[in-house]
Write a protein that binds this ligand. Structure first.
Ligand code: ZN
Ligand code: ZN
Length: 142
């Protein structure tokens, strides 16, 4: 499954089964994506490969550790590796993907004008156990 930014400079690939996605309504995702939430997933880094454009990526980091990675040519958010074994992927970058949406995160900070989908898991803030959450998103793996 391939993904790219709007201008096509940054391209990448995820191998294996299509992971499930989540919608995050935290205030950082709202600012980063310019909308009510980010639709994203997290995959294991061994299933992720950059194809082109890594030199076009700029990173902005907040004191708290949150970081936003984006294409310097078109401004699209792009994947970023964290805790050295996970890759966060903004799902709108994926081409022709047909994933299952499984969870809502940070419903405590959802804007009043957003209508979240009725999903299997609903968190008021972030999942406490990131390892378990990544396994959950990638559960369709053989
Ligand atoms: Zn771009
Ligand atoms: Zn968020």
């Amino acid at each position: 499954m391939n993904g790219s930014c709007i201008c096509g400079s940054v391209t990448f690939e995820i191998t294996g089964a299509i992971p499930a996605l989540y919608h995050c309504y935290c205030t950082l995702c709202q600012k980063q994506g310019g909308s009510a939430s980010n639709a994203a997933t997290i995959v294991y880094s061994d299933r992720f490969q950059w194809k082109t454009g890594q030199a076009k990526i700029k990173k902005w980091q907040k004191d708290t550790g949150f970081s936003s990675h984006f294409c310097i040519n078109c401004g699209s958010p792009v994947p970023n590796v964290f805790k050295s074994r996970y890759v966060w992927i903004p799902f709108g970058l994926m081409d022709r993907a047909n994933p299952v949406a499984k969870a809502n995160l940070w419903l405590n900070s959802k804007p009043v004008w957003a209508a979240p989908l009725d999903l299997e898991r609903n968190y008021d803030s972030a999942p406490e156990d990131i390892k378990e959450f990544v396994q959950y998103l990638n559960a369709s793996e053989p």
